[in-house]
Design a protein. Structure first.
Length: 120
DNA sequence: ATTCTCACA
DNA sequence: TGTGAGAA
């Protein structure tokens, strides 16, 4: 992978930053981790270290949850197009990903996408 | 000062 | 999910 991808998975932001950037509470961020929705690295102090890629995932997750999906459902969608880890993360972290996500949702067909209930 | 884990009025 | 205790 090139520098671009490396950095996307290198960012090491503390949970507080992620919380502000995603609008999710630290509690939720840790909770989502239990479902393998995100894979933050850990510092020696056992501190969670999120990458820019994780932020991207979190934002999508947030979107899906707002659309009425549950953790298990979101997880399934994520696993099908989340090559994250430290392999060959193609450059489909933003735009392309969004399209794929939408496609997945429509295919699985069951989550009607009428209105986004932003309740926060 | 921050974050982590665990458990619950 | 939120919140607080106790440790790192």
């Amino acid at each position: 992978m090139n520098e671009k991808q490396i950095r996307k998975n290198m960012a090491i932001l503390p949970v507080s930053s992620i919380s502000k950037l995603t609008g999710l509470s630290p509690r939720q961020l840790r909770y989502y981790e239990q479902f393998d929705l995100v894979h933050p690295k850990r510092s020696k102090g056992n501190q969670r270290l999120y990458s820019l890629n994780d932020i991207d995932c979190l934002l999508d997750i947030k979107d899906y949850l707002s659309s009425g999906m549950t953790m298990a459902e979101v997880k399934r969608v994520m696993l099908k197009q989340s090559p994250i880890a430290d392999q060959e993360t193609a450059e489909v972290s933003d735009t392309a990903a969004r399209k794929i996500f939408s496609k997945e949702m429509l295919q699985i067909g069951r989550w009607n996408i009428h209105d986004s209930n932003n309740l926060y």
